[in-house]
Design a protein around this ligand. Structure first.
Ligand SMILES: [Zn+2]
Ligand SMILES: [Zn+2]
Length: 331
């Protein structure tokens, strides 16, 4: 029996799940962002301005969904070289009627928008505390309050396993943050994702732009969400279900499990890899052709989990979420 790991029915909708506008430190208005992204084939943007949660439901129409969110940062600690560390994560509201911001600080971007933000209480600004326990509690609080939580750009943040190895409560992490990569940071975070998986976190991966549009920081990292229709709820239901993949360019068209093997169909690729929760990766290359558009891999119970990557000629990659073998239905 075929078990679709990305659902068979529905359509893929291209989304940027991390985006800054003039509300915080971005250069473009939310209207300009919608127009520019729609022109590049996007159907959704999560507006995640720093520290301030505002809704943008007026931008949603039958061809576009504005996902409402914000990005939280907590800074402190230091590297051995003395540089301050920071933790950033995005919270995307699962319901477009969610309007209240419960987690907030006396931050400049919130202060600038204080009239528009719907805060739970007039007072209650919190002191930040850069500890894994505090950050995990914030992630959990956001999750409990109906947000999809993504951990952002560990490379830019100068965080390592001592920090993120103790963060719990995120739904997903950024396997690519294009804005950071474009600025020169190492925010291709596959090794971080693998560390988190091997540490027991059952989380998804997303690719985002984190664009501020002072440079060419748009359209390089995106998440393809499979959903029955283009609506706020259909998209966020798919986010929670992990019904999506992350990409810098290649497409994943189909992904399914059948009789002990995982099958993938993709756009033209020069390599497709299968990584596991142990030292047993495998790769398929073209054999007598320039490219391949499909591959299959035997799934062994001792692999624990697996994820696939599709590489195109330009070196860009698409990344599936990780799948856990104990959850595959016909195992
Ligand atoms: Zn950030
Ligand atoms: Zn950001």
């Amino acid at each position: 029996m075929k078990t679709y790991l990305i659902s068979e029915k529905g359509n893929f909708y291209k989304a940027n799940l991390h985006c800054h506008s003039v509300i915080s430190d971005g250069r473009w208005t939310v209207e300009q962002l919608k127009e520019a992204y729609m022109a590049q084939g996007y159907s959704a943007i999560a507006f995640t301005d720093h520290q301030v949660f505002l809704t943008h439901n007026d931008l949603t129409d039958d061809k576009f969904v504005a996902l409402n969110g914000y990005e939280i940062d907590v800074s402190g600690g230091s590297t051995a070289l003395g540089t301050r560390k920071t933790c950033h994560f995005c919270c995307v509201a699962l319901d477009d009627k969610l309007e209240t911001q419960r987690i907030y600080y006396d931050a400049k971007h919130l202060t600038k928008n204080i009239e528009a933000a719907k805060l739970e209480a007039e007072q209650g600004y919190r002191e930040r505390e850069y500890t894994p326990e505090y950050i995990s509690a914030l992630m959990q609080e956001a999750r409990d309050n109906g947000f999809f939580v993504t951990y952002n750009h560990p490379g830019w943040s100068l965080e390592n396993f001592e920090q993120y190895g103790h963060y719990h409560g995120m739904h997903a992490m950024e396997i690519v943050n294009f804005g950071c990569v474009e600025a020169g940071y190492e925010d291709h975070n596959e090794s971080v994702y693998d560390e988190m998986l091997m540490n027991g976190e059952r989380i998804f991966c997303v690719a985002t732009d984190d664009n501020h549009n002072g440079r060419a920081d748009s359209f390089g990292g995106f998440t393809m969400i499979k959903a029955d229709e283009l609506s706020y709820k259909a998209l966020t239901d798919s986010l929670i279900a992990g019904n999506f993949y992350a990409s810098e360019a290649p497409e994943i068209k189909e992904l399914w499990y059948e009789d002990g093997k995982v099958y993938i169909r993709s756009s033209e690729a020069v390599k497709i890899t299968y990584m596991t929760g142990r030292r047993k990766a495998r790769a398929v290359y073209p054999d007598g052709t320039d490219t391949i558009t499909e591959a299959s891999f035997e799934v062994l119970p001792e692999d624990n989990c697996f994820r696939l990557c599709v590489y195109d000629k330009a070196g860009k990659k698409a990344y599936t979420n990780a799948y856990f073998i104990d959850k595959l239905v016909d195992q």
